[in-house]
Structure formats: C-alpha cells, structure tokens
Design a protein around this ligand. Structure first.
Ligand code: FAD
Length: 469
C-alpha cells in the first residue's frame, strides 16, 4: 500500500529523512502539498516564493519518476480524501515547530491513528531537535553563547542522499494546478522585479552553497560589509527547506577541517537559527507577545497608519541607510542582516513603534521569511526578547552607515534620488512599489521624518519613565 509523503517547508529530495524512510520501504510514494489555512495566511512575498519552490520541487520529483500532488482545504480532510482514493496506509512528514503547525499536526496524528493509519513525523528542519539541547539544570537555553558552546562539538547526522527513484502508485490521484493557485496574487507588480533576484529550488541551493564555500574564509571579515556582502545568501533556501541545515553544517565543517578560518564563525551563525527555533518551541509566545512581559506596559505605538510608520514602510524616512535597506527588501526580497538590525532599531526606538508592526511588514516582504528568526530578530533588537540587546543601546543609523558602508556603495546601490545616473538596482524600487504611491526617481529625497536626536531622546525618556513605574 502507498505512503503519502506530505511536503511542507521541506521542498527538497536530498537529506530528507521522511522521504528517505518512505523510499526505503520500496512501496509506492505519493508526494503531496496541501494548501491549507496556514499557507493562505502567509505574507505576500513568502507565499509567492513558495509557489516558485513548489514548481521546482515538482520538476525534481518528475525526474525521479514521481509527481507532486496538490490539494486545497483543511489538511486533515484533504489527507483523508487522499487515503480513501489511494488506499494509502501511512502518512509521513517533516516536523514543524511553530505553535500553529504543532497544533494542526498533533490533531492530525491523533485522528489518523484512530482510523488505523500510521502518521509519522521526522526530523530534518533543524540540526538539533529542541528537546535534545538543555542547560545542566535541564532547562532550555535562554542565552545564545552557552547554547553555542553546548552544541558546537556535537555530531550531526550525515546528510542522506536523494533516492535514485521514487516508486509511483499504480494510478495518480487528481491534483490541483499550481498556476491556478495564483500564490503570487498579493505581490501586485513587485513580483517581476523580485523574480530577477531569486533562483528557486534545491539545485540552486546547492550551487549557492558551493559558491559560498569558495569564499568562506572571507566570511568573518565581510559579514558586516554592506557594500561587499560576504554572507552566504542561504536563508531563503533554509526557510523553505530547499537545503537542509545538516547539509550546510557538514560541508562547512569539512572546509573548516581543511583549514578554512571562516567555518567556526559561520556555523555559530547557523546555530542562531537553531536558537530561534528552540525558543519558539519552548516559549511560543515569542511569535506574538513581548517575550519579557514587563515590556507590555511600554508605550509603543501600534498604529500602522501614522506618517512615521508610513514613511518607514515606503522606505522614505529621509535617513539614507534605513531607506536603502527597506528598498533592498522591496527589490530583492532580502535585506542584509546588519541593516535588518538598523531598520528595526530605528522603528522600535526612534519611531517608538511596536516591534510587531515591523515583524508583520517583514513577514509580508521577505522571501526568506522565517517565523522563528523574524520574531527573535525583532524582539532582540527591541529589547523585549531573550538575550536581547538592551533598549537603551540605540543604534545611530548614520554612525552605523559610516562604519559598515564607509564608501557609501550600499546606499548608492539602493537610493536613486540625488544621483545623476542611478544604477538599475536603485531604479527598480520605483517599479516594485504600487503605482498608487506616485513615486518617481526624480523626486526630491525626503527630509528626515524624525530628527535623529529628537527620536533618540524621545525613546530614552519613555524607557526612563518605564523604569519608574
Ligand atoms: P549568513 O550570515 O550567511 O548566515 C547563515 C545562516 O545562519 C542564515 O541563512 C540563517 O539561517 C542563519 N542566521 C544568521 N543570522 C541569524 C540570526 N540573527 N537569527 C537567526 N538565524 C540566523 N532570518 C531569516 O532567515 N528569516 C527572517 O525572517 C529573518 N528576519 C529577521 C528580522 C530581524 C529584525 C533581524 C535582525 C534578523 C532577521 N533574520 C531573519 C536573521 C538574519 O538577518 C538572516 O538570517 C540573514 O540576513 C540571512 O542572510 P544569509 O543567509 O546570507 O546569512
């Protein structure tokens, strides 16, 4: 009898423990992707990017003699239909760790088991399952560095090769048509612009890893260089599971063994992703509320429709490095990590706006959107999170720009206003934003929406006020 392999955020064939287990049985495998509420709830850019990933996965399955079946509706009902239609007796999937997926999966596992169907979940999205890493007192880590020390010497399972063939069922169940799902519908006119910067799929992920391994040595020196980005560019592949973290870990570790000096620093960064996932698993309110509840009384603005927040979302705050970062996100769907910190600090401090407003905006715009990394990143910068940067340490965007973009190359790449011959990257922003914003590259660059000194003092005063409550 066939095994249903339910793909979710694990759109790959290599190092896919659930697929490897299914293929090993020699039984027919029916790969499916279900468009349920959690998919419909995704932000515009992640949903559009998911569509590209599904198309690439479907092609690679066909090369293995298989197929990707698409169904819509509540996941349990969709699986039950498929079980009835195909006679499948098992459903396999890779574990997810966010509270909504856990709720859904737990319910499905119980319901299917009650019907005599084997529902099995597998690892694969993380290096270390959240329940396997703990402090000496048996508690989950709340601080990053001790967690890093605890895991850096651990064994990580060797990546499993992709199956050479995937046995097909005698007949395929009916499938929706991917194009008809129109997963890019909310991108409006931005999709064509972002598309030029996105190379979806597992093969592209491996190519990116190969290319990055060549420049691993330069990672520590260049990871904060805005003009000459030395980071890996792997986040969007990790986000959709087009590559596994174990594959990256093993490749980078072996480069380290053969003398690459960048390996340790890079693996440490990869473990920040684990830290975010473990926090989300153990304290799921990370996604939706101040991780430290004492921040609930802080007078953050939650209104998304103020001139200040509008200037931030439109990338027209009048502070060049802030606007450059937000425009990079519009045009490419990604933003340099250093600039994510700078724009987040500016929104939550100079503009005194709740980090959830920024988190939601990122969730709509990033092709590498990840629930855990996004929430942790925002709470870290805002000061409300675990192991967070203290609120009173307010980044000065101009000083940051002088330090990390000393030649101004990054700002010139993304801001057209004031340049005689702006580069295409800077002009692309005007094609990516809605026409209704009425923006043109020949417009004057806006004055600062808030004076940096005034914004800083306002934030510090609110912070002092909170201490005396
Ligand atoms: P590299 O420097 O090459 O790092 C390699 C990998 O390590 C990354 O792909 C990522 O998986 C992991 N990693 C690195 N830094 C972090 C970090 N600080 N937290 C968690 N994991 C990390 N990352 C996302 O993947 N999705 C998000 O939605 C997201 N939102 C963020 C929001 C804010 C406010 C901040 C400050 C950070 C956010 N990050 C997010 C983390 C980080 O900015 C990105 O992972 C990084 O910029 C991706 O580029 P890269 O793959 O070239 O990184």
């Amino acid at each position: 009898s066939p095994i249903i392999l339910w793909f979710r955020r694990d759109l790959r064939l290599t190092d896919h423990p659930a697929l490897a287990a299914a293929a090993q049985t020699g039984r027919p495998v029916i790969p499916v992707f279900l468009r349920d509420q959690l998919v419909d709830d995704l932000g515009a850019a992640p949903k559009w990017r998911l569509g590209l990933g599904l198309s690439a996965l479907s092609d690679s399955l066909e090369r293995k003699g298989s197929k990707l079946i698409l169904r819509s509706g509540p996941a349990l009902a969709a699986l039950e239909d498929l079980i009835r239609e195909t006679g499948a007796t098992d459903v396999y999937w890779s574990r997810a760790y966010d509270p909504e997926s856990i709720g859904r999966d737990t319910q499905i596992k119980a319901a299917l088991s009650a019907q005599g169907v084997t529902a099995k979940s597998f690892a694969g999205h993380l290096l270390f399952e959240p329940w396997t890493v703990a402090t000496q007192a048996g508690q989950p880590f709340r601080v990053f560095t001790p967690m890093w020390r605890a895991v850096r010497g651990r064994e990580v399972d060797a990546p499993k090769p992709a199956p050479s063939r995937i046995a097909a069922p005698r007949s395929w169940p009916q499938s929706d048509v991917l194009e008809a799902w129109n997963l890019g519908a909310d991108m409006r006119r931005g999709a064509a612009v972002v598309r030029a910067h996105v190379e979806p799929g597992e093969a592209a992920a491996f190519a990116q890893l190969d290319e990055f391994t060549e420049r691993l040595d330069a990672y520590p020196a260049k990871r904060d260089d805005l003009g000459d980005d030395g980071t890996s560019g792997l986040s969007e592949y990790l986000s959709l599971g087009e590559i596994s973290p174990a594959t990256i870990w093993h490749r980078v570790q072996s480069a380290g063994f053969s003398g690459s000096s960048g390996a340790e620093g890079f693996l440490r960064q990869l473990v920040w992703r684990e830290f975010a996932y473990h926090l989300m698993y153990h304290t799921p309110h990370l996604l939706s509320a101040n991780w430290k509840p004492e921040w609930d009384a802080f007078p953050w603005n939650t209104d998304t429709d103020t001139p200040e927040v509008r200037a931030w979302t439109m990338a027209r705050t009048g502070i060049p490095v802030i606007d450059a970062g937000l425009r990079q996100m519009y045009v490419t769907g990604r933003m340099h990590n250093r600039v994510r910190m700078i724009v987040a600090s500016y929104l939550t401090k100079h503009l005194m706006t709740d980090w959830k407003v920024g988190m939601d905006w990122f969730a709509d715009c990033l092709v590498d959107w990840d629930p855990a990394a996004n929430a942790m990143g925002w709470q870290w910068v805002a000061g409300s999170g675990p192991d967070a940067s203290p609120f009173f340490r307010i980044f000065n965007p101009q000083t940051q720009a002088e330090k990390f973009d000393p030649t101004g190359a990054y700002v010139r790449r993304w801001l057209a206003e004031g340049q005689k011959n702006p580069p295409e990257t800077a002009l692309a922003y005007f094609d990516a934003v809605p026409v209704s914003w009425g923006l043109s590259p020949t417009d004057a660059y806006p004055d600062p929406v808030v004076d940096l000194k005034v914004g800083r003092q306002r934030a510090l005063a609110a912070y002092e006020g909170r201490k005396h409550q």
